[in-house]
Design a protein around this ligand. Structure first.
Ligand code: ZN
Ligand code: ZN
Length: 442
């Protein structure tokens, strides 16, 4: 029976052997960016590669999600390795779709490359037969919580309940058979070495907001109108004035955008639309901030004599990483990039729906620092595909082997010791309790 080190060496060699195809796949996705729940081409590409590689799978989960799997030689837990299918939308990104501004400004194209890289490594001769349990290979839609109006309309049509891919996977039962999970994001932060791991993230709710006024001739008869854009501006001032009330430990982040400021410049704006997130380090922190934001939104509508419709949508929960999985991952990452290039993270004020998964099972969510520029900016470009796809895949594949070798003794111990903050039922109940729709008229 080959040693664990021998199994890892075979997996690493297989990832290198298929390295050109993996990098090419990531670059194909880069050139075909698709925002969440619209990732038809990206999803098809993953399914084609699974077919070519003889990996059984199902598609169409949460619209575009794909779930494949590889069985070990003996029974045991199921470990999911995930990659996210979706792009952002960023005007002026060098790889943006010229029509939609869809762009991979968060490096998810590399995530799919890494997930497939893990699949490649585990298909190396004799690897899976010496592991216990199953590895689920998941391409998940819509991690970037954008296009809220579009997705909320899908929700109202019954095509979605939640706006993010992993919450939908949980709701649909697509993670019911999964016991542990991992995925790797890309990063551009030079302070994070080559691989960064651990730490926590903010959670969030999102809001879809519509201020309603009354249209009228903007020059001739503004006194007959009710200016919904002024309502939105007063609301934003209210949101800014509340910032001094947030405690530092809550790491509250609120960043509204106006998605429709008016229709014709000669008419008093009567239908103005906003979207915002309300983020915080804990569920209590973002719920408290969410209520304050609603007060400011109402104040804007009241001040001009209009009305406001507020839809608060459940977002993502804060992430917690499993220390035992981090330890195994850290050793493997160290062997690949060296101790000096490995960084333990603190708290990050962004959000990810891997946080939701982390409330139900042990997870890790490391970063490969393969890009330059600002995350979500028009200059965020992956430069190092060796690191961003192949090394990232190797670190995860090696950790999969550690977890599932020796009768999956590590994975079984971690799952056995894990105390889940939420069950699937209590998770769904919590998420549903955050959905609020209200209209306020002056
Ligand atoms: Zn992102
Ligand atoms: Zn991302």
């Amino acid at each position: 029976m080959p040693s664990i080190e021998e199994l890892k060496a075979r997996a690493v060699a297989e990832i290198d052997a298929r390295g050109k195809q993996l990098v090419r796949t990531a670059k194909t996705i880069l050139d075909n960016p698709e925002p969440g729940f619209r990732e038809q081409k990206t999803s098809r590409l993953v399914r084609e590669i699974f077919c070519d590689w003889g990996i059984e799978h199902e598609g169409g989960i949460a619209i575009t999600g794909v779930k494949g799997g590889l069985d070990g030689g003996s029974p045991g837990p199921t470990l999911a390795v995930m990659g996210e299918l979706d792009s952002l939308r960023v005007i002026g990104h060098p790889h943006a779709d010229p029509e939609t501004s869809a762009a991979h400004a968060c490096g998810h194209h590399c995530q799919i490359g890494m997930m497939l890289g893990v699949a490649a490594g585990l298909q190396a001769q004799g690897v899976m037969e010496n592991l216990a349990g199953r590895v689920a290979l998941i391409a998940v839609p819509a991690e970037e919580y954008i296009e809220i109006e579009y997705r909320d309309d899908l929700r109202r049509q019954g095509k979605l309940e939640f706006i993010g891919g992993k919450p939908e996977f949980i709701r649909l039962g697509a993670l019911d058979d999964v016991d542990l999970a991992m995925m790797t994001h890309t990063s551009a932060n030079a302070n994070e070495g080559k691989i960064a791991f651990g730490g926590s993230n903010n959670g969030m709710v999102a809001k879809r907001i519509r201020f309603l006024g009354r249209a009228s001739h903007a020059g001739g008869a503004p006194h007959m109108g009710v200016n919904a854009l002024n309502a939105a501006m007063i609301a934003m001032s209210g949101i800014h004035a509340q910032r001094e009330t947030y405690r530092d430990a809550g790491t509250v982040r609120i960043h509204p955008i106006i998605t429709q400021g008016g229709i014709a410049v000669s008419s008093v704006p009567a239908d103005v639309r906003m979207e915002t997130y309300v983020r915080g380090a804990s569920i209590e922190a973002f719920k408290d901030a969410s209520e304050k934001v609603d007060r400011a939104l109402r104040a804007g509508a009241m001040a001009v004599g209009g009305s406001v419709e507020i839809t608060t949508l459940p977002g993502y929960l804060p992430i917690q990483s499993d220390e035992s999985m981090l330890r195994l991952y850290g050793e493997n990452a160290c062997s690949l990039v060296g101790k000096d290039n490995l960084v333990r993270l603190g708290h990050r004020t962004g959000s990810t729906d891997m946080g939701d998964v982390s409330q139900l099972m042990p997870v890790i969510h490391p970063y490969v620092v393969a890009a330059t520029g600002n995350g979500h900016g028009n200059d965020y470009v992956v430069q190092d595909y060796e690191l961003g796809v192949l090394t990232g895949a190797k670190a995860m594949a090696m950790t999969v082997i550690d977890l599932l070798a020796d009768g999956a003794s590590h994975a079984n111990r971690i799952v056995g010791q894990y105390e889940a903050p939420l069950t699937k039922q209590s998770y769904l109940k919590l998420m549903r309790s955050m959905l609020k729709e209200s209209t306020h008229t002056s």
